[in-house]
Design a protein around this ligand. Structure first.
Ligand code: HEC
Length: 218
């Protein structure tokens, strides 16, 4: 029994001394570390815009072949075309260079945009917020979600378009993020349609033209 203990002690001492001599000593080494799994650290590939003999023009980067289809089109905003990678209100909902939300929709509000917005709203928002946006969607009736925001509230009517865009993108409280589901242009279409919904509930007879008012009162 005793010598087993001695063997363990000797082993521990050897390990401790070994680590003490060969272990990390705080010196930097220029030699590459031992690689057990190289993890594709080194690859046979061309770095962009470097000299290279393979192609006739002597460069690693080549122009796309003729007829290549672009992966993304810019969105046509009221201030001109904007690509998805740009730091612009249409992509962020905020005034560029600030954290302020943009007041108005950066996309031109056309009948087509409203149509699209109505379709998307009815798919993505109405189940919770209701077809009128008043918070009485089917999920409330089914008891899935009881306290859903009423989008006809004064607070949300007065909210900047950019903040609603931001809520759709990232969600809020119990509401999940819809950015991954609803592309940027569709989010603005939903914002435009929501404005139309709010107008439909907040309008009064006085907004109508006189002859329309007369017809309405009949
Ligand atoms: C799964 C249910 C659900 C869906 C789907 C949903 N919402 Fe909501 N939404 C909520 C709930 C719940 C709240 C209240 C969140 C809170 O204040 O905690 C809310 C809040 C909001 C608010 C108010 C945010 C604020 O600042 O108080 C807006 C605006 C809104 N939703 C717009 C939308 C739009 C537009 C869509 C469709 C793209 C949508 N929601 C889809 C459940 C949903």
């Amino acid at each position: 029994m005793r010598h087993v203990l001695y063997i363990i002690l000797i082993l521990l001492t050897v390990v401790a001394v070994g680590i003490g001599i060969a272990g990390r000593q705080g010196r930097l080494s220029r030699k590459p570390p031992i690689e057990v799994f190289p993890d594709m650290d080194r690859q046979l590939k061309l770095r962009p815009a470097q000299p290279n003999d393979f192609f006739p023009n002597g460069l690693s980067s080549q122009l796309p072949p003729r007829g290549t289809v672009a992966r993304s089109e810019p969105l046509q905003t009221v201030t001109g075309p904007v690509y998805a990678f740009e730091d612009a209100p249409v992509n962020t909902g905020r005034v560029t260079g600030t954290t302020n939300f943009v007041e108005t929709n950066p996309l031109p509000v056309t009948g087509q945009l409203l149509q699209r917005g109505r379709e998307r709203f009815n798919i993505y928002c109405a189940p919770c917020h209701g077809a009128l946006g008043d918070g009485n969607g089917i999920n409330k009736k089914l008891g899935v979600m009881s306290a859903v925001a009423n989008l006809q509230d004064k607070r949300i009517v007065e909210m900047a378009d950019g903040e609603i865009f931001n809520t759709i993108t990232f969600g809020k409280g119990l509401m999940g993020a819809h950015g991954p589901l609803v592309p940027v242009a569709d989010r603005w279409a939903v914002v435009a349609y929501l404005r139309a919904l709010q107008l439909s509930q907040l309008g009064s007879v006085d907004d109508l033209l006189p002859d329309q008012q007369a017809a309405f009162k009949k």
